[in-house]
Design a protein around this ligand. Sequence first.
Ligand code: SF4
Length: 454
Amino acid sequence: MLDLTPKEISPRNALRINPCKTCQPVGALYAALGVRRCMPHSHGSQGCVSYHRSLLTRHFKEPAIAASSSFTEGASVFGGGANLRTAVKNIFDIYDPDVIAVHTTCLSETIGDDLSTIILDMQVPEGKVVVHANTPSYVGSHVTGYANMLAGFIRYLARGESSSGGAAAVLPGFLNPGDLRELKRLLKLVGLPFVMFPDQSGVMDAPMTNTYEMYPQGGAAIEDIRALGSCAKALALGFFACAEPADVLEKKCKVPNLVLPLPIGIMATDELVMAAAEAAGTQVPAELEEERGRLLDLMLDANPYFYDKKVAVYGDPDTVAGLTGFVLELGMRPAYVLTGTPGEAFTRGIDAQLERFGVKGCKVKAGADLFELHQWIKNEPVDLLLGTSYGKQISKAEDIPLVRAGFPILDRYGHSYMPIVGYRGGMLLAEKIAGALMDRQDRDAADEDLDVVM
Ligand code: SF4
């Protein structure tokens, strides 16, 4: 294949090549799709939202709806307030959502449109809601945009006087619908009453019927988001995606929060299960203990294939932290761990995980790109790549197996239905990793060594 990445690494501060992230509105749009009867709205040019929608559609293989303020030269110079007012009227008239979730883009942020004031002054039909989040794409990544949109919804809607019946607020990180279904199953098994926001299951994995539904049945209802304010506690899953919105909820409605890692792997899932059981005042059910035991059994059975294999993990920070914890539990050796999202909390968290398992010599970097990863691998190869579809070129150029996990996965099907969270998600992931490593072993085996048993 065409491989122009040089082995020699030269200093590079002002350029990203093959970035390991995308822009804030993608995350804001995905967060809004986790709200029932919500129309996400991009306050910028049509080009931006076309890209954001197509990226989400390519990952989920589902239509990702969104409207646009359709900036042209006039709005770019004089501000987009008039465009937004017209858009909101048209959207409610034509598409009849319950809520419009507006996010900004680079352009509207740069010209400085004041969305709080524009929305405050506009006519919104009775019973309908408009919320907004500022999502400048020259800051953070799509994960930041996801967090900002969650915080935006909470600022507009969460109410301390609403009634949640003492439930826990669960803020899941940037996860697939299959993960959200698994999370809900797990929390129900523990007996924790909860309000989950957002919830893209049922929206971005809606079943095929003969009728197109612009607003499928899933998603957190506006009442659910209001009820977040009266929850007894908030469980925020993923530091980068959920710590900020949980903080906004605490400040606004005095709901104490606990920020947990995404429950990927044994220890992180244990943390969530124990926290949920404590919040519910219940014991961990035998069914979950059995699931955990089955995952442990699989990990032990396949350990000879995992043990000491060098792996590069890349993608979104919370997901990468979870995946790194899991490969460490499997006995693998992370050699490179990186995310495109900037933030020292990432490197601190990964370093702590590596130290706990006594792993030395791993390169860990936030705000990194995949060109850099490719160069590292050219200098010192790994046995496995674990991350998004964007590692495909490295996989092919260096002949290294790639196990796809995280966002986005553009070149496969079914991934968004399959969890990587919880004990069940761990089993699916361990099976994929073992399969990739064993396929490589078979491919490289001499004819006389090819064994059908191992
Ligand atoms: S201009 Fe900004 S918001 Fe639009 S697609 Fe590019 S990075 Fe994203």
